[in-house]
Design a protein around this ligand. Sequence first.
Ligand code: SAJ
Length: 459
Amino acid sequence: MHGSCIISITSGPTTASIQGQGESVNFQKICVLGLGYIGLPTASTFAIHGLKVVGVDINPRVIETLRSGDIHIHEPGMGTVLEAALKSGNLTISTESEEADAFLIAVPTPFYADMHGEYNGRQYKLADMRAVTSATEAIVPHLRKGNLVILESTSPPRTTIDLVAPILERSGLRAGSDFFLCYSPERVLPGQILRELVENARLVGGITPESAVAGRELYGTFVKGEIFETDATTAEMVKLMENTTRDVNIAIANEFSRLAEKFGVDVWEAISLANRHPRINILNPGPGVGGHCISVDPWFFVEAAPDLTPLIYQARQVNDAQPHFVLEKVKQTLGSLKDKKIAALGLAYKPDVDDLRESPALEVVHLLQQEGAQVRVWEPFKPEAAMEGIDMACTLEQAILEADSLLLLVGHTEFRELNPEELITKTNARIAIDTVHGWDTEKWQKAGFQFARLGARKQ
Ligand code: SAJ
């Protein structure tokens, strides 16, 4: 859908002269390390704009899939852009980095599952920078004078200066004088990546002003949004501030959902009324915050400065506890969950994506099962998903047929558009619980369902 607007293949390399450096950066070939949700769209977009691109991934399954013309991620428009990039001959896929004019690092920065830090009795998560470290190390043998290296992975403050630069300098070259080094955060929204990659404003933080200029020239190949130059640590901090602000704002919305239930108020109505105020924009409550970004990135601040981040820490706690609040809502509606048959609709971390990472829906399902419920799950964006000990349906019909109740966990468009009058003929369920404001109370009641919604008074 979004890809179609940008499939025009440009020929010829991009050239940039970097003032004050006496060097001329001639970007003809780039190497993109990491072909995930960010690296693959970025590599393909550069390729369809005329650059020679080597896309590198250490996972042989990813390489095999891409070489056979398939894609391992779900992103609207990605198939068309990848096909154009491969057909142009500009994009090649490899397990090994090689010499290039510029290197882009777009590998994951998760946190450790089995290690924690502690400050004043508060446990915090620790960033796992191993992928950034090994991707940077993979560049060292190929690094040449005048090259540009850009880190795009979301990283703790000072990563570019304190982690990436020293590794690259093992080449014998000096960061900032022999080669350019930048941090440039990806800021694209899953589901709209290809459009946002081109249209969003871009931030390029150089470890020297000349590095920022070089980064700007490279992204200028396809970015139509404004490109801002700054220093590397500011760019790292801006990225973390953006996602942390969203996390804190979702936490207050989730806390409002709890308060609304306590006071017999419908939080959704209350939020829409509050948002009529010209300076208020409250986000949506829901089953929690998932994905690989917003539920992870605030921890980078907490780890870097636990004494300065009580609010950020608390917001993480509130959002992480939201699946328990969903569990309470389900118990309130159904009574004891022992042997209750629940059809859980959706596992993805948010609507219309196939990404299950850190998804609160997964936790809700586990909590329901621990309470003795028989949960059957249907995730249309990842029908092959497996959860240990959980019954996975192959179709919506199969998930709902014998259920006593339906639980909407993700607001996928196809779930929002379900017609309750038709659905009721295909299921034993007469109770529907909506955790994301995806269904219309009146319509579902009219169709014959007892209806409950997270953050709303009892119907
Ligand atoms: N969520 C709510 N209520 C809301 C909005 C979101 O509960 O009102 C939940 C979602 O269901 C999901 C989680 O929050 O579980 C995160 O979803 P999201 O749509 O807010 O964000 P992401 O993680 O898909 O993408 C974010 C974006 N950052 C911001 O909007 C500040 C994106 O621009 C970043 O590029 C991306 O993180 C990233 O890669 O860092």
